[in-house]
Design a binder for this molecule. Structure first.
Ligand code: KG4
Ligand code: ZN
Length: 341
């Protein structure tokens, strides 16, 4: 069986063709980074307009690479929660149109569950039950994942998401969007112990929540001085940019590893799956691997291309297909993540 999966939750327009045996026949991603760069973050209106322009060519390309036609598909799946409303609507409208015109079953994808399912696809083995850590531009959440589509929230950010903090700190340091890769690159020549930045909530073993807003403000004060606002274009010496980037990156990594391990302790689970764009971060991956070996838990982090938004992780639709969970053409978007189960 062949399933076309669509992903337009934020600023990547993506389509993939996967089989019910979790084989990936094709994967196409059209990134919008260049469109949002000068704003230092994703502009929702620009994102949805770009999805409108790209969604059909991206689907065509995914079908062509998979040597498949619309007529030979068995289902169409689309991420309808959570995400930017305008962006979600474009993918959902495309999927419904294909379902209606080609008489295909329609399957809903929860984007956050899909990020964790990327670990299942990449590893080729059953990773459930596990603790799931999703770290992206819009989310920093910990879940107890009993099944691919049965998640219980354990904790999450009370303010900024980790990726959002990377993007804002990059902007403060005059580095390009998206901030994660550019902070990582700048940090390579810096020292992570140059500045002692806060690790918010890390020492509070009562909570599995994160907080990155204060960390971002601490970087702002380092750059502009306590309580000061930008007085003009930033011209920091390259060495200082590298040191701030490395110190900030390390503070985020410490918080993520600390809380993920607390979640493992609380659940008694021995498997940790990490997904989302921030999981593409090199030092984060290395330090999680070292921590997993030291503490004796099994770690799954997908390859970088399956960490940032993609449609391959939409293969989670196979789980719903197997359970006969199809949607009617009344399916709606849920930008704010109304349900996770
Ligand atoms: O999962 P994703 O592609 O989209 C959302 O669902 O939000 O994540 C995008 C986020 C951005 O904030 C970006 O800066 C961050 O992931 N990111 C990284 C890296 N690559 C992407 N953060 C840290 N290090 C990276 N190498
Ligand atoms: Zn995402």
């Amino acid at each position: 069986m062949r399933i076309l999966t669509l992903e337009t939750t934020c600023d990547e327009t993506a389509a993939a063709v996967v089989t019910d045996q979790l084989q990936v026949l094709s994967a196409v991603v059209a990134s919008q980074d260049a469109l949002h760069d000068r704003f230092g973050g994703v502009v929702p209106e620009i994102a949805s307009r770009a999805h409108v322009e790209r969604v059909v060519p991206v689907i065509d390309e995914a079908l062509r690479r998979a040597e498949t036609t619309l007529g030979s598909l068995d289902a169409v799946a689309v991420a309808n929660t959570p995400g930017l409303a305008g962006s979600l609507l474009v993918g959902l409208t495309a999927a419904k149109t294909l379902a209606l015109t080609h008489d295909l079953p329609l399957i809903a994808i929860n984007h956050l569950q899909a990020h964790i399912y990327a670990c299942r696809i990449a590893s080729g083995i059953d990773v459930f039950p596990c603790v799931g850590l999703i770290v992206s531009g819009g989310h920093s959440n910990l879940y107890r994942c009993d099944h691919p589509t049965d998640f219980t929230p354990l904790g999450g950010t009370i303010d900024d998401a980790a990726g959002e903090a990377f993007d804002k700190v990059a902007s403060l340091l005059g580095l390009p969007f998206p901030g994660g890769p550019s902070v990582q690159q700048a940090a390579e020549s810096g020292s992570s112990s140059a500045y002692r930045l806060p690790r918010p909530l890390l020492d509070d073993s009562e909570t599995l929540n994160f907080s990155f807003s204060g960390l971002k403000t601490a970087v702002r004060y380092l750059v502009y001085g306590p309580g000061k606002l930008p007085a003009g274009p930033l011209r920091l010496p390259q060495e200082q940019v590298a040191n701030i980037a490395a110190s900030f990156q390390q503070a985020v990594i410490d918080c993520l590893i600390g809380k993920a391990e607390l979640a493992l302790e609380r659940t008694g689970f021995k498997v940790l799956c990490v997904g989302g764009g921030v999981a593409a971060n090199g030092p984060l991956r290395q330090q999680f691997e070292a921590a997993a070996v030291a503490k004796g838990y099994k770690l799954h982090v997908p390859p970088r291309s399956l960490c940032t938004d993609n449609a391959v992780m939409g293969a989670i639709a196979v789980e719903r297909l197997r359970a006969g969970q199809f949607e009617s053409l009344d399916l709606d978007i849920h930008p704010g993540l109304q349900r996770i189960g």
